[in-house]
Write a protein that binds this ligand. Structure first.
Ligand code: HEC
Length: 330
């Protein structure tokens, strides 16, 4: 082989390797493109992505129709909004293996909550926590609970935690434990307090004020604030800004419910301002319904999206629609 030929081979190989290297580097820098369309037109595409622990996952978000939002459940990121005609690049780095759910917080249609996908993250590390929900551990039936409406609840004033504080010394200490709180409805607590000899001088309104105080003591202002924020972003489109069951999709869902008259099909969103309904519900059941969803009623399942702490904040926020916490929680 002549010197010239050798040099030629050397440079050819060098060029090929360089091109290969550049291609490999730029390919690894290429983001995965995610297209978004309203749920009826396909939702997020693709809806399944793979990633490695500690390796940055680059995504390019492109909307094919209206404004959408991209958020990942149980992962600390702010939802990212992207409009049609623009593409938004984001980079996510996971430090725990597991299956993460991505979703939208923009109510683009009444099926907006069906716009979901998963990111399968593999690699080393303690897997993302997956303790089974409390209602499962306690073996409770989420669907058997909401039948009891034998009691009529009469409230002349909204129960006030601050007014209830006056009687706090006479309230059984067990009521301030979280085990008690999660497993009792406000109505059950009302009935137990009504039977307390020490409280027999109080009228029903006083007792409801005490119940409001017990509920206030079982949460914190931080949990309530987080709960309200999550509620306004994820729930108000159906349940309404004030919880009255009158969000932007409520009429549509109500009309379907009336037309089909099927208890397993689409229902009108629950009205949390209805005392008879909310005050008879136990925290563990509300949390369970929130985690599991309504299985066909139109109530989404949120179990893969919120952390345990976030769901308790949401539940605490729902009760705060019935109770006045001013003076106890700012
Ligand atoms: C797409 C509409 C929709 C969205 C969004 C939605 N819900 Fe619902 N939700 C419903 C419907 C419909 C029901 C009634 C289901 C039934 O009657 O079985 C319901 C029921 C519930 C219940 C059970 C109430 C009970 O006492 O039976 C809870 C708790 C609840 N929603 C909380 C939430 C929270 C918290 C969010 C936000 C994180 C949320 N929902 C988001 C539609 C929605």
């Amino acid at each position: 082989m002549t010197m010239k030929t050798r040099r030629f081979i050397f440079w050819t190989l060098a060029c090929f390797s360089l091109v290969g290297l550049i291609a490999a580097v730029s390919f690894s820098r290429q983001p995965t493109i995610i297209h978004a369309r309203i749920a009826e037109d396909g939702g997020f595409m693709p809806d399944s992505i793979k990633a490695r622990v500690a390796k940055p996952l680059k995504l390019r978000l492109i909307s094919d129709d209206v404004v959408h939002t991209f958020a990942v459940g149980q992962f600390p990121m702010q939802p990212v909004t992207f409009k049609p005609g623009e593409s938004v690049n984001i980079t996510l780095t996971f430090d725990k293996p597991g299956t993460y759910t991505f979703y939208t917080t923009t109510p683009s249609s009444s099926n907006f909550w069906r716009m979901r996908g998963v990111i399968e993250v593999t690699g080393d590390g303690e897997p993302q926590a997956a303790e089974s929900p409390l209602y499962v551990r306690l073996g409770l039936d989420l669907d058997g609970e909401h039948e009891s409406d034998e009691e009529h609840i009469e409230l002349s004033n909204q129960p006030s935690a601050e007014r209830g504080a006056v009687f706090i010394d006479q309230i059984p200490a067990i009521m301030f434990t979280s085990d008690y709180y999660v497993s009792h409805s406000p109505m059950e607590t009302f009935e137990e307090l009504r039977d307390e000899p020490a409280l027999h001088m109080l009228n029903d309104q006083d007792i409801w004020d005490v119940v409001a105080n017990v509920w206030a003591q079982n949460t914190t202002s931080a949990a309530l604030m987080d709960g309200e924020k999550l509620y306004q972003v994820n729930c108000a489109a159906c349940h309404g800004e004030n919880g009255a069951g009158d969000g932007q999709f409520a009429d549509e869902m109500k009309a379907i419910a009336e037309k089909n008259n099927d208890e397993h099909g689409i229902q009108a969103p629950t009205d949390f301002t209805d005392a008879e309904h909310l005050l008879e519900a136990r925290p563990v059941i509300l949390q369970g319904l929130l985690l599991r969803g309504g299985m066909g009623t139109g109530m989404p399942m949120w179990g893969t999206i919120f952390t345990d702490e976030e769901t308790w904040g949401l539940v605490a926020f729902l009760y705060s629609i019935q109770f006045e916490y001013q003076g106890v929680h700012q």
